[in-house]
Design a protein around this ligand. Structure first.
Ligand code: NIG
Ligand code: FE
Length: 406
């Protein structure tokens, strides 16, 4: 529960924030920087922000000791609930066996599905909780978590129930998404129909997810199947998202933009047509540099996307197969190296734009009225956030004005 008392945070050498609302194109580089800042928090929200010398009175003072403060991060794309591991795949892949070949041979995602199906609900929660804590300690106070490793509908539902239980054990905000990941090897048309007629309405009815995501790819669902899932999702009042252009640009991005998806994620194989579609649309383009690093895929064309006017967000894609990346801060730092974002663009991508990729407009910037989710760094310069690799530059994480602790 947020405290009723107002707290004035002082000792902020530098406060940095992106502009309010989703930022597109060159606006992603426009930050607000206040030296010698203070931040007033009331009822979990930011009530005032400005120079410490102009600060209003408050019930209590919290001195941060002269460090940089940034908005907390949002991780808009994770698969944090799974059982088993993909270590044999990893060993095979680094010796040259492609991810898609392993998947086509019944391994990869399908092996995680078998392990996840064999796990009980308490086991899934116990496995996922440290992953959620790791992402939060790295700076993410809002996380999306997808299903998608269910062998059958009950297993999919169990994954979403795991997210619901995880929410009772963390002050971070968790947003569950139903992911239609890979089709069954037999009875594909019937499966698509059952998902649309049974699974999606059930998930919506039980409020187990806020969005539906689809893996649209040669080894997964076609554009036509994706269209059917999107129609069912919208009929049930759920938002839509898409995994697209990870290996091949088969038309998913264009469909998602056309249908008003919240985001299209991956984009490693996007070309001019997909970049132009995202540049024209309000659909967020979410890049996942952990996948580029772990699978050795080309980096998503973030520079071209920004130059085309797209709203670019960043996520970890935490999962055992394509991105075992447990730090939202490291995803941000990799976005600068691998996708050539500027530090300012990366901050915007990992904060206000990542929130927009989840349909959230109440967080990601440090302005009055926004949630008081913010980070205090170890240093006095916010650029340690995009610069640091392999240790955390984040000293403390505040969720609705309260320090996050384990
Ligand atoms: O976002 N590409 C599809 N889905 C995940 C990978 C899941 C897995 O390999 O287990 C992704 O990369
Ligand atoms: Fe993913």
């Amino acid at each position: 529960m947020p405290e009723r008392k107002s707290t004035l945070f002082v000792g902020i050498a530098q406060l940095v924030t992106s502009q309010a609302g989703p930022q597109r194109g060159a606006a992603m580089r426009s930050l607000t920087l206040i030296s010698g800042a203070a931040l007033l928090v009331q009822d979990g929200l930011i009530a005032w922000v400005g120079s410490e010398k102009d600060a209003p009175p408050a019930d209590q003072i919290h001195d941060l000791g002269g460090v940089a403060v940034t908005p907390a991060l949002t991780d808009p794309h994770t698969h944090a609930v799974w059982a088993g591991d993909r270590l044999a795949d990893f060993e095979a892949r680094v010796q040259g066996v492609p991810y898609e070949t392993i998947l086509a041979q019944g391994g990869g995602i399908r092996s995680t599905m078998r392990a996840t199906a064999a796990a009980t609900l308490p086991e899934l929660v116990a496995l996922a909780l440290p992953r959620v804590h790791s992402l939060t300690r790295s700076g993410a106070t809002t996380l999306e978590i997808k299903s998608g490793y269910g062998l059958d509908f009950d297993a999919e539902i169990r994954m979403l129930e795991a997210v619901r239980l995880l929410q009772t054990q963390t002050s971070a905000t968790l947003l569950p998404t139903l992911l239609l990941h890979v089709p069954p090897s037999e009875g594909r048309a019937g499966y698509v129909q059952d998902v649309c007629r049974t699974l999606i309405p059930r998930v919506a009815g039980e409020r187990l997810a806020t969005a539906v995501d689809v893996f649209c790819e040669r080894e997964a669902f076609t554009v036509e199947e994706t269209r059917q899932f999107f129609a069912a999702a919208r009929q049930s009042g759920l938002s839509i998202k898409l995994h697209a252009d990870q290996f091949h640009a088969i038309g998913g991005t264009e469909l998602a933009c056309d249908q008003g998806a919240l985001s299209v994620d991956h984009l490693e194989a996007s070309g001019e047509a997909q970049i132009a579609a995202l540049g024209r649309s309000s659909t967020v383009a979410t890049i996942l540099p952990g996948v580029t690093l772990h699978l050795g895929l080309p980096a998503a064309p973030a520079r071209q996307l920004i130059d085309a006017g797209a709203c670019v967000a960043l996520g970890t894609d935490l999962n055992p197969g394509s991105s075992p990346l447990y730090s939202a801060q490291l995803a941000l730092a990799l976005g600068v190296r691998l996708n050539r974002l500027t530090p300012a663009e990366a901050l915007t991508a990992a904060t206000v734009n990542a929130a927009a990729a989840l349909g959230l407009t109440d967080r990601g910037t440090l302005f009055p009225g926004m949630r008081a989710d913010f980070l205090a760094l170890h240093s006095a310069d916010w650029r340690d956030l995009p610069s640091t690799l392999g240790a955390t530059p984040v000293r403390s994480v505040f969720v609705a004005g309260q320090e996050f602790s384990l």
